[in-house]
Design a binder for this molecule. Sequence first.
Ligand code: ADP
Length: 190
Amino acid sequence: MKNIVLFGSPGVGKGTQAGILKKHYNLVHISTGDLFRHNIKNETELGKLAKSFMNKGNLVPDNVTINMLKAEVNKNANANGFIFDGFPRTESQAISLDLFLKEKGEKINGMVALEVPENLLVERILKRGETSDRPDDQDEKKIRNRFTEYKTKTAILQEYYQNQNKYFGVNGVGSIEEITQRLKEVIDNL
Ligand code: ADP
């Protein structure tokens, strides 16, 4: 299996690149943000719970997110590997993921991080908000809060994976094709 964590702050382009990479490497793409949005749309219990956090730009609690992630991995028992997009987002999620994969005799091959300066991102997200129906993309206060969540809870994961020699930073500024190419150069060697 090839298991990749696609990492980066909100709006960095993880979803776009994951969509391309999953086809190229025949991997299952799991986006926790998409899963939550799917549950909100279908008004499930999980969706109702997640909505109150997401709409403020806060992280959904770890236990909820981790259980959802595990269930999704288990649904795809025959996968060639996974692209994790938007997960892990806290150290506790990263530790749970490592343990969970270890029980299966698997591991994370690498964290590939898209690096884009923050000042480019808020504008990108507001632009996305014009055409998407994501309430968290349409309000600058919510967007700023997502960056605060990222800086206080998520950014430390760079160090977590660096300590395992599994962190690979990639310049996320450029055309979609250029960025895909940069990501492939890293992932081919994982
Ligand atoms: P973005 O990367 O642009 O912020 P996502 O779709 O990845 O968009 O996430 C949207 C929201 O979903 C987050 O702000 C958060 O509320 C929730 N969410 C997604 N993944 C996680 C996670 N791993 N842990 C906690 N909350 C999450």
